[in-house]
Design a binder for this molecule. Structure first.
Ligand SMILES: Cc1cc2nc3c(=O)[nH]c(=O)nc-3n(C[C@H](O)[C@H](O)[C@H](O)COP(=O)(O)OP(=O)(O)OC[C@H]3O[C@@H](n4cnc5c(N)ncnc54)[C@H](O)[C@@H]3O)c2cc1C
Length: 385
């Protein structure tokens, strides 16, 4: 895989950092479902997690292509950025819609690592993909929003100080459009934890530190409202394109890891007196996964190009995410098959990466919903739900 990539110096230093966190590190964390604290600290200390924070607030002020390069290289190195990537994709909402006071108050701490913004509370148990049906409410009383309700799949909540929370501030039957009346709050969880805010971890098929979060009259100062009350759905949607771009980059990193592993093993493993990679039955799935990965990567670059030009490329970001997730899944499947029985052995890391990359068919948006988006918003077909 020798073709020119953007941000070569950043990529090189991420690869160097990741070399200190080999397969054994990730296997141990996976086995214990432990948060990779040392890895996240190293990434923060090196300034990578503050990549998107403007220089005036202590970050590096880099464009989203740099963040995508960082996350891709983490995954390509065999690691997983799921423990900390939210800091990058929630940043767009804070940067684009937060007030100057909010930015001054929170961004320098996030950039230096003393404050963590890793939790993003959107999904709820009863609403699922139908975000506007969410039931968590926030009522303004004496300078505070009083929050009641529940979120599910709030990843990293136990390892974050702040949460970007989407909740309903005007009941659904009192707004013209169901997307109105939703608001985004920047919640400082430290003040409410164990009292009006409770977190329960969910064990999953891969190590993802995901949780359920319960709010019971949790008070959030009114000044922590992001942007205008009732317009939160729009803010979250604009942030979601950044999220899709960054997840696509992770998928492409995974696909590259699987493809490199498979093609190397196919050349060195001898069965019937010749390398298994001499058989087209072994070659073709790997070659196909490579072609799919390159196509996904081109779509990702197009999404990034439009995003960096100031656009909000819903079509390209969604397609990049879907094609990236499909490419990594095809590469994962080819990698397991190429390795035969060894593909199932923990020490090869393949089964771990296989479990990890399965997530991206479902989250942060499922393949079906991407296809619905394309059918309805790009091709003009009727809404199916
Ligand atoms: C490990 C993990 C981490 C996560 N982290 C976060 C997080 O940090 N913050 C957060 O807010 N959320 C998070 N999520 C939630 C994730 O975004 C949702 O799981 C995802 O959006 C799907 O929602 P759901 O699970 O409620 O599925 P549902 O909405 O119940 O859907 C179930 C299935 O039905 C399909 N489906 C639903 N409606 C339609 C339709 N109209 N047409 C066709 N198919 C349809 C879906 O595609 C899906 O395959 C996480 C999830 C997981 C598993």
């Amino acid at each position: 895989m020798a073709y020119e990539l953007d941000h070569p110096e950043i990529r090189e230093s991420v690869v160097r950092l990741c070399a200190n966190f080999p397969g054994e590190y990730w296997r141990k964390a996976d086995r214990e479902q432990a948060y990779p604290t040392e890895f996240v600290k190293a990434l923060t200390d090196a300034g990578f997690l503050g990549a998107l924070i403007p220089e005036e607030y202590g970050g590096s002020g880099l464009p989203i292509s740099a963040a995508a390069a960082i996350l891709e290289e983490v995954h390509r190195s065999g690691g997983n950025a799921g423990a900390c990537h939210a800091q990058m994709y929630t940043m767009g909402t804070v940067l684009r819609h937060g007030s100057e006071e909010q930015k001054q108050k929170y961004l320098p701490g996030i950039a230096e690592g003393s404050l963590r913004l890793q939790a993003f509370g959107v999904t709820e148990p009863t609403s699922g993909t139908d975000t506007t049906a969410l039931r968590t409410t926030a009522k303004l009383e004496d300078g505070h929003y009083v929050v009641n309700g529940q979120k599910i799949w709030t990843s990293r909540a136990e390892h974050s100080d702040l949460m970007l929370l989407l909740c309903r501030t005007t009941p659904r039957d009192q707004v013209a459009k169901k997307t109105d009346g939703l608001s985004v709050l920047l919640v400082d969880m430290r003040e409410a934890l164990g009292d009006t805010l409770n977190i329960r971890p969910i064990r999953t098929m891969m190590n993802h530190s995901t949780t359920e979060v319960f709010f019971d009259n949790m008070k959030v100062p009114a000044e922590n409202l992001i942007g205008e009350e009732g317009k939160g759905f729009r803010y979250i949607l604009s942030g979601m394109n950044a999220e899709r771009i960054l997840i696509s980059a992770e998928c492409i990193g995974d696909a590259k890891w699987f493809i490199e592993k498979s093609s190397a093993y196919a050349q060195e493993r001898n069965v019937f007196g010749r390398p298994i990679g001499q058989n087209q039955g072994i070659q073709f799935p790997i070659a196909k996964a490579y072609a799919e990965m390159r196509a996904a990567e081109l779509m990702l670059r197009e999404a990034i190009r439009l995003y960096e030009a100031g656009g909000n490329p819903g079509e390209e970001a969604n397609m990049a995410k879907m094609l990236g997730a499909d490419a990594s899944w095809a590469a994962a499947e080819a990698c397991v098959q190429t390795h035969g029985g060894f593909g199932f052995a923990e020490e090869y890391d393949i089964e771990r990466k296989f479990r990890e990359c399965r997530l991206y068919q479902v989250a942060p948006i499922s393949t079906n919903l991407v296809l619905s988006y394309i059918a309805e918003h790009v091709l003009g077909m009727p809404r199916s739900y």
